[in-house]
Ligand binder design. Structure first.
Ligand SMILES: [Zn+2]
Length: 231
């Protein structure tokens, strides 16, 4: 007999399947990242209506299947973040963040820290935090909760704070005297990155970062993630 299970979760991805079905990836607190098949989800008469959408937080009941593609039985919409969907920059930032989560989180491995960060991220972006800042802060925090925290307390080799450069392959900052190369990372940039890791997302706006600092941070964090994903 088929086992039923239930959890809440945030929709990370959604794709069409067969004639009228959809496959969703849902990040849940209790069961980790789940793939669920929703039969008939694309029919106009689908009983799940608009609940199945990216970034929605749902309560789901599903039949557990051993091969990993579970079968959705019931859906209740818990939260749809309307403010996200009214602004293209917010929505883009949110979907970018969820896409990153989908890439880096292993299937069916529950992690309350990751789930908590995802909820806080969606709430902060919907609540009006600058989408670019939210993106940088969330991707830094995701590095931390997935065990790839960059070293941001001075040079990794000597602890010095002068002439620091960025070395994802080494795990953080390295000064020129210790062999660091490339463009220098200003104290404002690396100290702000360190602060974004420590601050809850809803307080990140207090850092008052200018556009130049923000785009430099974004380049560094994206580079760090690229290294983690491709090594
Ligand atoms: Zn050094």
């Amino acid at each position: 007999m088929a086992t039923l299970d239930r959890d809440e979760g945030v929709v990370l991805t959604m794709r069409d399947y067969a004639e009228t079905d959809r496959i969703l990836t849902v990040l849940t607190p209790g069961h980790g990242k789940l793939s669920v098949l929703s039969k008939g989800a694309r029919r106009a008469t689908s009983r799940f209506g608009g609940a199945l959408d990216l970034a929605n937080r749902l309560q789901i009941v599903y039949y557990v299947r051993r091969k990993g593609l579970h079968l959705l039985r019931e859906v209740t919409l818990l939260e749809s973040f309307p403010a996200l969907r009214e602004d293209v920059d917010r929505l883009e930032a949110a979907l970018w963040g969820l896409g990153l989560v989908n890439r880096v989180v292993p299937a069916e491995t529950p992690d309350l820290h990751v789930y908590g960060r995802v909820r806080a991220f969606l709430g902060a972006v919907a609540g009006g935090l600058d989408p670019e800042l939210a993106r940088v802060a969330f991707s830094l925090q995701l590095l931390v909760v997935s065990g790839h925290q960059p070293r941001l307390d001075g040079c990794m080799a000597c602890g010095g704070e002068n002439e620091l450069t960025w070395h994802p392959e080494r795990g953080g900052l390295l000064c020129r005297a210790c062999g660091g190369g490339g463009e220098e990372v200003s104290p404002k940039v690396w100290k702000s990155m360190s602060a974004l890791i420590r601050f809850p997302l809803d307080r990140a706006g207090r850092l008052r970062l200018d556009q130049t600092t923000l785009s430099r941070m974004k380049g560094l964090v994206d580079g760090f993630w690229r290294h983690q994903l491709h090594r």
